[in-house]
Unconditional design. Structure first.
Length: 92
């Protein structure tokens, strides 16, 4: 059980680093802020969905999060809605 927790913690740290070091300032801010406040609460399946989002190009993430363009079905899930909500909350 401790080993599983350590693996999740290590995975979360890697994800947090990836979120803050993507290269596009707007995406860094949204993903990094999300990681800082939400990664601890995500379970293994949610982390997998989030990792899949991080594999997407910044330009696609920008369009999906900021512009509101519908993401492909595999990325249209709870975490995308959370990211969009975070963006909307910051701009209102």
């Amino acid at each position: 059980m401790i080993e599983m927790r350590e693996q999740l913690d290590s995975r979360r740290r890697r994800l947090q680093f990836r979120c803050w070091h993507r290269g596009t300032q707007e995406i860094d801010l949204v993903l990094g802020s999300f990681a800082d406040t939400s990664l601890e609460r995500l379970d293994g399946a949610e982390l997998e969905r989030f990792e899949a989002l991080l594999d997407c190009p910044d330009v696609d993430l920008f369009d999906w999060i900021f512009i509101g363009i519908a993401p492909p079905p595999q990325h249209d899930h709870d975490l995308m809605r959370l990211l969009r909500g975070l963006c909307v909350a910051r701009h209102h």
